[in-house]
Design a binder for this molecule. Structure first.
Ligand code: CA
Length: 271
């Protein structure tokens, strides 16, 4: 007997979109996104827009609920407000990474001044956007994050697209592709032979390509149980990984961010 009228505030609906001119072809339909924002004035239009785009949208207004949701299941992206009633959004972000959440996190900050401070802290977020923001810009950044992370999700073990085929217009370079499903990495069509730890390390960096991954994150994800104390093993493995990528001619570089961690970028260091 429910009123079938539109009530899109908290729905998970995915209305078909009628946009014709969408050049950005990443498929967001059914991808789960968690909006963590206590201000309805911001959350509701955001939820509505994301639903219209095709995302499956969950919304919570508190940090604790956010952690529960994001670590419970299929959430691929989190849009995270900093000023939450029960927790600091930065702590929510750190906590999510500590708990192994490896989807995208975009932090919403109040002002540009705050943005600078927050970015400097490096809490494991992938991107930041200052309020007030244009919805179109946020959508573009979310798609960019999904695109970065969707190779592993889209890859079928043993099947799928040929490695390296996804780099548009790349003829003479050898783009790096990393496929966690089959645990293989390719430079162009040539497989890069990696040890287990080298591969795990690369997969972590690749998942956050273009963003800094902290030493702690890497230690937690790659060495989990027995990393108490020295991270020398990380440096040793990283050196071997760099050497192998370099030898294979992969079109990437791993930059050391002193005192913080590492970042995998497109383009060779000396190119
Ligand atoms: Ca808030």
């Amino acid at each position: 007997m429910g009123d079938p009228g539109r009530r899109d505030a908290d729905t998970r609906g995915r209305a078909p979109r009628e946009d014709e001119g969408d050049v950005d072809s990443i498929d967001v339909v059914g991808r789960q996104i968690l909006v963590v924002e206590d201000d309805d004035g911001i959350a509701l239009p955001l939820v509505r827009t994301l639903s219209r785009e095709g995302y499956e949208v969950l919304r919570v207004a508190e940090g604790r609920a956010a952690i529960e949701q994001a670590t419970a299941g299929e959430v691929e992206l989190v849009v995270l407000d900093l000023g939450l009633p029960d927790m600091d959004g930065l702590d929510v972000c750190r906590r999510l990474r500590d708990l192994g959440y490896d989807g995208g996190i975009v932090i919403l900050t109040a002002r540009d001044g705050e943005l600078d401070r927050v970015v400097g802290l490096d809490v494991g977020a992938d991107d930041y956007i200052a309020k007030p923001f244009a919805l179109a810009e946020l959508l573009a950044r979310l798609r960019a994050l999904l695109r970065r992370s969707s190779r592993p999700l889209a890859a079928e073990p043993g099947g799928g697209a040929p490695p390296g085929a996804s780099a548009p217009g790349a003829a003479s370079v050898t783009p790096l592709t990393v496929d966690p499903a089959s645990r293989r990495a390719h430079a162009g069509d040539r497989e890069v032979q990696l040890s287990t730890k080298e591969f795990d390390l690369l997969a972590q960096l690749d998942r956050h390509r273009g963003a800094v991954v902290t030493r702690e994150q890497l230690m937690d994800e790659v060495w989990d149980e027995n990393w108490f104390g020295s991270t020398k093993t990380l440096d040793v493995t990283m050196a071997r990984l760099r050497q192998k990528l370099d030898d294979a001619g992969a079109d990437v570089r791993i930059t050391t961010i002193r005192g913080v961690g590492f970042r995998l970028d497109e383009g060779r260091a000396d190119a």
